[in-house]
Structure formats: C-alpha cells, structure tokens
Design a protein around this ligand. Structure first.
Ligand code: NAD
Length: 260
C-alpha cells in the first residue's frame, strides 16, 4: 500500500501502460485522477479498479494547455493535493525516411508526446512545490535512446522527454520533487496491437521481442511496476533518470553474427 492517502494523476489511462498503471497504483491504495482523450474507454477502466478506489475522470487532450490547467485545478479542488504525476499518454507516427517527413505529423507528435508532458509537469509541479514533495514519472521509450523503435518524430519526441526529465528533475529537486522516466521496449498495447496481430496472423509471433536479451516482448504490467517503483518512496534517492524497461534490448548492440 505504498500509495495509501496519495493522489496520483495518470495520463493515457484508458489503454495499455496507463491503464495497467492505474490498476497497479489503485491496488496499492492510490486515489486516481485519470486522463485520456478517449472518455468512453476511461469509464471502462473503473470496473478494473479495486472497490472503494476514489477517482476523478477527465476526457481531454493533453496537448491543450488550458485543458490541462483546468484538470489540475479540478483535481486539487476535489482531493486537496497531488502527490504523483504519471505523464504516460502518447502517440506513434509513420516510418517515413528522413527525406520524406510529414511536418503536420511532427507537429502533432511533438504537441502530444512532448508538450503534453511539459503542460502537466508545469501545472502539477506548482502545488507539489507548495507541498514540498512530489514524484513525476514520464513514459519515454527506447526509441528516445536508439534508432529503430519508431518513426523519426516519435523518436525525437521521446528523446526530448528524456532530456526534459533531466532538466525538470534539476529544477524541481530543491522542492523535494523527483522526476524520472521509464523507457519501455516493445510492449503489447493499443499502440502496438497491429504489429502483434499481424505477427500472429502470419505465424511469427515468437519473433516479436526476439532481439531483446530476454527474448520476448513485454507486458504493460511490467512497465507499470517500474512506474510504481519510481513514483514511490522506495525510489526516494532517485531523480533525473531514464530507466529502460526493455528486456535488455538497449544493453546490447546485438550485432548480427557476433553471438553464438
Ligand atoms: P496505448 O495506445 O495503448 O495508450 C495510449 C493512451 O494515450 C490511449 O488511451 C490514448 O487515447 C491516450 N492518448 C493519446 N493521445 C492523447 C492525448 N492527446 N490526450 C489524452 N490522451 C491521449 O499505448 P501505450 O503503449 O500504452 O502508450 C503509453 C505510453 O507508452 C506512450 O507514451 C507510448 O509512447 C509509450 N511507449 C509504448 C511502447 C509500446 O511498445 N507499447 C514502447 C515505448 C513507449
């Protein structure tokens, strides 16, 4: 019950990693402010939470700063505090070559994946500063560390999230606010469902994740466990870090022919 009497905002809570994070934190006693642009899917999450979990739902776009400001104000009014922010919502993009980038897509990906994180950090860190404590966990990606795990705009947005994790951690440490990130590898979620469905359809599901040292793709709950750790007091001396949750993928260059 590491989150008993704690109020946690989770963005992108209607699906995948965010949904698993909501379940995990509620299971450890958290009151939840759940954010997603898919309001109907957000309602469905409630049925998965332990009886008695206190929640507030916000169907909204994290790219809209005024909506974020309103959301944080409503959460504060209802709960009186915000202890943890999980900046998790994100979108993927196409895989065009560097010569063929779609700038409208870049604008959209940066608006959601980067500005959404900045908006929620800005407005949530203010009450955390006043309280003298807080924890923020951003969901970045291995795509922000290496090429080959998403389109160019997506990778750049996640690299920016990793860097903002460091700069925000250094800004906010003086008020006892920790800021960290997780960098998931390949995880089966709404974002990657088509990849998994296709691989299963052609009988090659076992190849997914085969370049990871653990030789498999990950589950949302495995990322949620890392988010919960970083958000909890168990990580009280960890800030400014971006921790891969990737089955060892980024630990190895995995050069073809170099391993038996
Ligand atoms: P998902 O599509 O299952 O969940 C993402 C959720 O974010 C959805 O419910 C979606 O409606 C919501 N969302 C998207 N844009 C939004 C917006 N503008 N405003 C509010 N909500 C919005 O995907 P997921 O894999 O669970 O993604 C969660 C995070 O994990 C993302 O930041 C993603 O980039 C990251 N990630 C995923 C993987 C993976 O393999 N699935 C790997 C690395 C990083």
């Amino acid at each position: 019950m590491r989150f008993k009497d704690r109020v946690v905002i989770v963005t992108g809570a209607a699906s995948g990693i965010g949904r698993a994070t909501a379940r995990r934190l509620a299971g450890e006693g958290a009151a939840l402010v759940l954010v997603d642009r898919d309001a109907a899917a957000l309602e469905a999450v409630l049925a998965e939470l332990p009886d008695g979990t206190t929640t507030q739902l916000h169907g909204m776009d994290i790219a809209d700063e005024s909506a974020v400001e309103t959301c944080v104000a409503a959460a504060l009014q209802h709960f009186g505090r915000i202890d943890v922010l999980c900046n998790n919502a994100g979108i993927a993009c196409g895989q065009a070559l560097a010569t063929d980038q779609d700038m409208a897509e870049w604008q959209q990906v940066i608006a959601v994946n980067l500005f959404g994180v900045v908006h929620f950090t800005k407005h949530t860190a203010r009450p955390m500063r006043d309280a003298g404590r807080g924890a923020i966990v951003n969901t970045a990606s291995v795509a922000g560390i290496r090429s080959g795990a998403g389109g160019n705009a997506y990778s750049a947005s996640k690299a920016a999230v990793i860097n903002f994790t460091q700069t925000a951690a250094c800004d906010l440490a003086q008020w006892g606010i920790r800021v960290n990130a997780v960098c998931p590898g390949l995880i089966e979620t709404g974002m990657t469902r088509r990849v998994f469905d296709h691989a299963r359809a052609i009988g090659k599901a076992e190849r997914l994740g085969s370049r990871c040292e653990l030789r498999r793709a990950g589950q949302s709950g495995e990322v949620a466990a890392a988010i919960a750790f970083l958000a909890s007091d168990d990580a009280s001396y960890i800030t400014g870090q971006a921790i891969p949750v990737d089955g060892g993928n980024t630990a190895s260059l995995n050069l073809p022919g170099m391993k038996v």
